[in-house]
Structure formats: structure tokens, C-alpha cells
Design a protein around this ligand. Structure first.
Ligand code: ADP
Length: 430
């Protein structure tokens, strides 16, 4: 698993755990709030019941007799009616307060819990219940000279409170599951993408390797043809042979470029760093490249800082970097090319500029040209072919040397590429 993927998983998991904890705290706060709301409602119901009893003289009489144990058998029938009426009243009250909870009630005398009146199931043992009670005040207590209380027993209060918050719990769980699902989906997509990336790289690698063999054979055959007496005797045949050579060299160049990048991805920048005299490297590249510029009637200028600068470089890759930039300077030119290589020592940095007077790069493309396969499609230079790999390779190599590359350009007036390298390495000039 790649380190990037691992970081995404860790961050996402932490965020998910954090989110779940926050949701849990909200849920707890929600339960406290709902419980408070519920208790306020129950207290109001108890007060209303107290009032109901105090306003109902028949009920008061019955309760008084019950409390004193003076009821006769005929009056026992009244008990059920009174109980039902009370239950009906309480149901109404609960409805009004919007409390849809399972409950039972009882009217008792004193603390001995002498049951006078109540729901049938009130005395039954229940697993989970909460009791709310209120002393009955007013004339009834005074007449009885005893303490009467009303009790409401609520069954499974916690379940009721959770139920009240069901929409919150449900939506939280759904969103968390959605987030987890999208992470899994993302990881699967990433895995698939990585696999495709690997397959594509292997394919390019194999293809370019396969192409190298015929290219090598063609150059060998043209060489043999040239050297075989009589095989290419006419001037036309010789011209064709040089054309084949030229096209073959071009093809070879393309293959090398693609291979360069593929090998870079495989070797993970295993640079062979050595102290290299950068000015000497630049001069040797310029010597070869100058001929190409002069072929087009152009000019290659060197403006190198005084002194000898030895930097820790991978000479092969860094040569490719400078060559790539010079080739682009020549390729993307629509007039007599004037190319300048400039070096400056800036404090702790060594700066290398490659300047041209070509078509330039518009600001909106300047960041993107360093992306793999990115090419500016400005249409006015149809014949310039490329893969959009060169600058990506340059950037990767420069960054592997702990350097930075940037571009300054205006469309139509040319481009300047700046490579900034750390120069803390042995520097004889300073
Ligand atoms: P390629 O040249 O193969 O297309 P590169 O990665 O070397 O790929 O360059 C990417 C794009 O950047 C090019 O297609 C071109 O549009 C633009 N570019 C690079 N160098 C220059 C330059 N010196 N002047 C103008 N445009 C350039």
C-alpha cells in the first residue's frame, strides 16, 4: 500500500472516529434535553391531576372513605368507574403534552403505599420503570388528616427518550455509513487506478524495449548498405539512406525519452550523485547543441557566472535536463532562435536560466506544462510533435536534486526556465 493511501485512510478514520464521538455527545445532550422536557410535562400532568381530584367532590368522598377504610361492598363497583375516569383524564393530559409513553398510575395513602385507586398493572413488577409522584393538597388531605399521593409509573423511559431522538440517531448512522462506504469505494478506485497505472507503465516499457530492437537493426542495416560496394551507388540511394538514418535517429530519440521516464518511475530516483563541475557540463552540452541552433541560423549564448561550481549531481540525468530544455527552446520557436544559458550564484543557491525568444507560454498553462502528458494546444505550430513528457521528467529530476524549476514567460516573446539548486556543496568560487 502506498504511503499516500495510508495517510488518507488514517486521516479519514480519525475524522470518522471524531465525528462519531461528537455525534455521541450530541445524542447524550439530546437525551438530557428530552428527559427535562418529559419531566416538565409529567409535573404538569401531576398538578392537573391534583386539581382534577380537588374539583371532583364525588371522587373526593370516595377517596376519603377508601382512605379511612369505610367503604361498603356496593361502593366497590364505583372504584372501577373512578379508576377508568382517572385513566381517561390522564390519557388526555398525556396527549395534550405530546407524551406518548406507556404508564400506569396509583393513588395511595401515606408512605405505606396503601393503594386506594389505580391502573390494574401498577402493582405488577416491571423490569424498567421510573416513578413520578406528588402529594395531593387541598381539602381532601385536610378532611382525611392523612397524606394522599398520586404516583405515575413510566415504563421504559430510556426507550421512549431514544425513540424521540430516532430521527437524529438514524440520520447520523446513515451519514456515517455513507462516509465509510465512500471511503471504501475511494480505496477500491485508487487500487484499480494504481493497477492500471502499473499495467500502463509496464506496457509502455515493454513496447519501447521492443521498438528499440528494430531501430537498432535499421541503423545497422543502413550502415552495412553504405559500406557494401555497389549496394547504394546512386546519389539518390545515398540520400534515401541518410533520410532513413535521420528518421531512425528521431525515432530512437522518442523511444529514449519515454524510456527515461519509465525507468525513473521504476528506480524511484536512485540518482548517482557525484561532484560535477556544472559549467563544464553546460559547455560540453552547448558545444554539441550549437550546431543544431546554427543550422536554423540562430545563436546560442553562454553567460556563466565566474568561477568553478561543483555541485552534487547525477551527470547523466542532469545532462538530459539541460538538453530537454534546450531542445524545447529550439522546438517552440517561430523566428530565428536566440537561446541563452545563464548561471548566477544567489546566496545559498545556484541558479541556471535557459532563455529563448520563441512562442512563449501563456500564464494559464505555465503550471500545467510540468504535468505528465500536458501539451499546450495553441494550434499555430502544428508541426511540433511531442509527448508532453519532457518537462515532467525535468521537474522530477530537478526536485530529486532538492531543486526547484519555474518558468517566466509571456506569450509571443519567449520563455525563461529557471532551475534553482542548493549550492552548499563545494563551491570554489566563494
Ligand atoms: P513536449 O515538448 O514533448 O510536448 P514537454 O513536456 O517538453 O513536452 O513540454 C510541454 C509543453 O510545454 C509543450 O507542449 C509546449 O507547449 C510547452 N513548452 C515547453 N517548452 C517551451 C518553450 N521553451 N517555449 C514555449 N513553450 C514550451
Amino acid at each position: 500500500m502506498r504511503i499516500g493511501t495510508l495517510v488518507i485512510i488514517v486521516i479519514f478514520s480519525l475524522a470518522l472516529v471524531g465525528l462519531s464521538l461528537v455525534q455521541f455527545q450530541w445524542l447524550k445532550a439530546g437525551i438530557v434535553f428530552e428527559k427535562e422536557r418529559f419531566e416538565n410535562g409529567i409535573n404538569e400532568v401531576l398538578s392537573a391531576t391534583n386539581l382534577y381530584i380537588n374539583q371532583n367532590t364525588a371522587l373526593q368522598k370516595l377517596l376519603l372513605k377508601l382512605a379511612k377504610g369505610q367503604t361498603n361492598p356496593e361502593e366497590h363497583a364505583l372504584l372501577d368507574t373512578a379508576s377508568n375516569a382517572m385513566e381517561h383524564f390522564l390519557d388526555q393530559q398525556f396527549d395534550e403534552k405530546g407524551i406518548g409513553v406507556a404508564y400506569s398510575f396509583a393513588l395511595t395513602r401515606g408512605y405505606q403505599h396503601h393503594l386506594l385507586l389505580g391502573s390494574l398493572d401498577h402493582t405488577k413488577e416491571a423490569a424498567d420503570f421510573s416513578i413520578y409522584q406528588k402529594k395531593i393538597s387541598g381539602q381532601l388531605s385536610a378532611a382525611c388528616r392523612c397524606q394522599l399521593s398520586i404516583h405515575i409509573r413510566v415504563h421504559n423511559l430510556f426507550g421512549y427518550l431514544l425513540n424521540r431522538l430516532a430521527y437524529l440517531i438514524f440520520s447520523s448512522v446513515v451519514f456515517i455509513i455513507l462516509l465509510m462506504g465512500s471511503l471504501v469505494f475511494l480505496l477500491l478506485m485508487l487500487r484499480n487506478r494504481n493497477r492500471l497505472h502499473r499495467v500502463k507503465n509496464d506496457f509502455i516499457n515493454n513496447l519501447t524495449h521492443e521498438l528499440k530492437t528494430p531501430v537498432f537493426s535499421i541503423s545497422l542495416i543502413t550502415k552495412v548498405l553504405r559500406q557494401t560496394p555497389g549496394a547504394a551507388s546512386s546519389e539518390k540511394a545515398l540520400a534515401y539512406l541518410s533520410l532513413i538514418d535521420k528518421e531512425n535517429a528521431l525515432l530512437k530519440g522518442h523511444i529514449e525519452k519515454v524510456l527515461e521516464l519509465a525507468s525513473l518511475e521504476k528506480s524511484k530516483y536512485a540518482l548517482q550523485l557525484k561532484l560535477v563541475d556544472i559549467h563544464e557540463l553546460i559547455r560540453s552540452i552547448a558545444q554539441h547543441f550549437e550546431a543544431k541552433v546554427m543550422e536554423q541560423g540562430g545563436q546560442l549564448n553562454l553567460d556563466l557566472a565566474t568561477g568553478e561550481f561543483n555541485l552534487q549531481l547525477d551527470a547523466v540525468h542532469f545532462r538530459n535536463v539541460i538538453q530537454n530544455l534546450l531542445e524545447n527552446a529550439l522546438k517552440y520557436s517561430n523566428r530565428t532562435p536566440i537561446i541563452t544559458i545563464r548561471t548566477i550564484k544567489q546566496g545559498k543557491h545556484f541558479e541556471l536560466y535557459i532563455e529563448d525568444n520563441g512562442i512563449g507560454v501563456a500564464p494559464e498553462h505555465q503550471r500545467k506544462i510540468f504535468d505528465k502528458f500536458y501539451r499546450v494546444s495553441n494550434g499555430n505550430l502544428h508541426d511540433v510533435k511531442g509527448f508532453g513528457l519532457g518537462l515532467n521528467y525535468v521537474k522530477q529530476i530537478v526536485e530529486a536534486h532538492k531543486g526547484r524549476i519555474s518558468i517566466k514567460s509571456q506569450l509571443g516573446t519567449g520563455a525563461t526556465f529557471l532551475i534553482r539548486l542548493p549550492a552548499k556543496i563545494k563551491d570554489k568560487a566563494s
